[in-house]
Design a protein around this ligand. Structure first.
Ligand SMILES: NC(=O)c1ccc[n+]([C@@H]2O[C@H](COP(=O)([O-])OP(=O)(O)OC[C@H]3O[C@@H](n4cnc5c(N)ncnc54)[C@H](OP(=O)(O)O)[C@@H]3O)[C@@H](O)[C@H]2O)c1
Length: 217
């Protein structure tokens, strides 16, 4: 079983993924800019029933060094600062970015323009040696944190490294009610990131926590 690291694990997405993967038997390293905050997040998860022996806490650099697969769960505005110092530690490792470049205004959530093409392309530029996969963008952190219920969604994944995508798809499949779905190359990342604005806008209108699923007839 892979050891999973989560950068920005103190946020709702990171805590939700950690809650699920630790229960599925993975060793999960919670990362933060501040070691203390990572420890608090770990303690909070344990209080809610996550298995203590599966959870570690550290600063993002420690987590990047310790884990086999690293999930980027920081805000888009943060990754430009958070990732460059980790480039050496993450070279050769699988890095799954869930980062969505979202803005919010009077009309609700919308996708921001990213010079590199997408948040995932920016991640790849900032981590030249890493095996970047993009995914989990439209998966609700609320549904992940509701650990007694199946998530009920697909985690769509894209990337240019088939083996890395298969590993990440396996991690998605390990979460009850979530399915890892590989859709194609990293050039699809702008579209996957953009779907999140659609799902969030719908969820606000409909006051729900819907996710996306691909259905074959
Ligand atoms: N929430 C969701 O349902 C969801 C679903 C799919 C994808 N996403 C995407 O996943 C990412 C994380 O989402 P989230 O809602 O969990 O985010 P968040 O709560 O805004 O941020 C997560 C963590 O990132 C760290 N962080 C904040 N600003 C930072 C900066 N400038 N530099 C480095 N680290 C910083 C903070 O941890 P420390 O202060 O402890 O370092 C924070 O707790 C976002 O890019 C979001 O678009 C979110």
């Amino acid at each position: 079983m892979e050891t999973i690291g989560i950068l920005g694990a103190t946020g709702p997405l990171g805590r939700g993924l950690a809650a699920r993967w630790s229960r599925a038997g993975y060793e999960v390293h919670l990362g933060s800019r501040k070691q203390e905050r990572a420890r608090e997040a770990r303690d909070g998860l344990i209080e809610k029933g996550a298995p203590a022996e599966q959870l570690r806490a550290g600063n993002n650099a420690e987590v990047a060094a310790a884990a086999d697969v690293v999930v980027v769960a920081v805000p888009y505005e943060g990754q430009i600062h958070a990732l460059p110092p980790l480039a050496d530690a993450l070279a050769g490792k699988i890095v799954c970015t869930a980062v969505v470049p979202l803005g919010f205004d009077g009309d609700g959530p919308h996708l921001l323009e990213v010079e590199e093409g997408s948040a995932a392309h920016q991640c790849r530029a900032l981590l030249p040696g890493a095996r970047v996969v993009a995914g989990f963008h439209a998966v609700s952190s609320k549904r992940l944190r509701a650990v007694d219920e199946p998530v009920g969604a697909d985690a769509m994944l894209c990337g240019d490294d088939e083996e890395a995508m298969a590993v990440v798809a396996g991690l998605a499949d390990a979460i009850e009610g979530l399915r890892g779905v590989i859709v194609g190359p990293l050039r699809l990342a702008p579209q996957l990131e953009g779907q999140t604005a659609v799902v969030l806008a719908y969820n606000r209108r409909a006051k729900t926590e819907a996710g996306l699923r691909l259905v074959s007839s």
